[in-house]
Design a protein around this ligand. Sequence first.
Ligand code: TRP
Ligand code: ZN
Length: 473
Amino acid sequence: MPRSVRPAPALASFALLALALTACSGGGGVEGTPGGSGVRDPYFPKAGNGGYDVTHYDLKLAYDPEKRHLTGTAGITARATKDLSAFDLDLKGLDVDTVTVEGKGARVSRSGQELTVRPHDELAEGETFRATVRYSGTPVTITDPDDSEEGWLPTADGALALGEPTGSMAWFPGNHHPSDKATYDIAVTVPKDLQAVSNGELRSERTADGRTTYAWHTAEPMASYVAMLAIGHYDITRTTAGADRLPVYTAVDPEQAGASRKVLAKIPEIMEWAEYNFGPYPFSSTGAVVDREDDAGYDLETQNRPVFSGAPNTETLVHELVHQWFGNSVTPKSWRDMWLNEGFATYAQLLWEEDNGGDSAQETFDALYRGDYFDDAESGEAIWAFPPAKPSGAAHISDSPVYWRGAMVVHKIRQTVGDDAFYDIVQGWTAAHRHGNADTDDFTAYVEQKAPDKDFDAIWEDWLYGEGKPAHP
Ligand code: TRP
Ligand code: ZN
C-alpha cells in the first residue's frame, strides 16, 4: 500500500465493520430477503412461491379413512434461487406440527394458503437445502373457481387426492405451481385391507401391525398438479406394453371393473400409436386408476396413470394418455398456457378417430366451425367465447375454447404445413421441451422456426388470440 494513502476516518471504518458483520449473518455473504408468496401466475397469483426451486419431494403419509385423518412428513429438497431469510410453502388446511430446515427448528407462520418458514440460518443463493414439515389433520376438499372439487376427496372406501389446478396443497406442503417440477417418493400407509396407488412405480409394499405401506417412486420431473393418491379397494392389474415392456399398472374400483376391462386393454395399442405420432413416451410406466363416477366427477391426466371417474371410453382414454406428452412432460409455464395441454390432448382424439376409420380431423374441424359437431347449438357457440391463449378468468381455464378451439389451432397448423412437416413439428416440440416447461410464445416461435417459408400470422391473430369466431374456417 503506498504510504501517501490517507487512513480511513474512524466513522468510515465503523461503517465497514458493521457492513462486514451484517454480511456474515447471512451465511452466504449478503443479507437474505423473503422469497415471496407467489410466482405471479396471471390466473392464480398465490400459487407457487418465489426464491427457491424444489428438486425432490419425499412424502411419508398415513391415512385412517374411518377418522379421515392424515399424518404426514414432507421432506422437501430445494435450491435457493436468491439469498433467503424466509420462504413460503403452499398448504391449505391441516395442522403443522414442526418444520426444520437443514435439521434445525424453523419459525413458521400461516396466512391463508401461505406457510412462511423462517430458517434458523439464512440460505444463500445456489444452496441446496432440505426442509422437513410434519403435519396432520383432516385434509380439505377445495372448490375451484369453476366449482369443480379437488384436493382431498373422501370416497366410499377411501380417498382420492387430485390437484388441478391448486388441489395438491390440500395434502402436502410445496411449491404448488406448474413451473416448479420435481421428482417424488410417496409412501402411504393405510389399513391392510386397502390399497394405495400413486404416481410412478411401486417400489415396495410392506405390511406390519395391520397396516400396509405402499412406496411409490417418480423418477421423472412431475408438476404437483398431476401428483395423485388413490386409497381404496381396487382390482390391480400389472402388464407390460410394447417391445420395451413398459410397465402398465391399472387400479379399478371393483364396481367399475366390468365396464373398464375392454377399454383399458387398449392402453398398449394407444401408447404405441401415441409414440408413433408424438415421439418417445417420456415416463417409465403407464396405466390408469378408475374410481366411481361421482368420486371426482371428472377425469384427470395424473402422471403415469390418469384417474377416471367411472369407466372411460376410448376417446377419453386417448385424451388423458396423450396428456402425458402434452402437459405432464411439456408442462405449461403458467395457467394461461392451458390450451397447450388441452388443445393437443383434444386434437389427439380427432387424430385417433381419423386413424381408426372415423371422421377425418378436417371433417371434425368443419363441423366445429359450422356449429353442428355438438348436439346442442349452445355448446357449438361456446367454442368462440374467448381466445384459447387468453382464457377469460380463472373460472374458465377448462372451458371449451381451451379444448376445442385449441384443437382447431393445431389443425390450422397442420393445414398450413402438411402432414409430414406437422408430425415433424409435433415430435420436435415434445423433444425440445421434454420434462420441461413452455408457454404459448415458445410454441409459436418454435412453429415459425420449423416452417420459415410459411406465414402463421393470421392463425395466431385470429385463432389463438382473436376475440370471437374467425371469419374464415
Ligand atoms: N385436465 C383435465 C382433462 O382435460 C380436466 C380438468 C380437471 C381440469 N380438472 C381441471 C382442467 C381443473 C382445468 C382445471 O382431462
Ligand atoms: Zn385434458
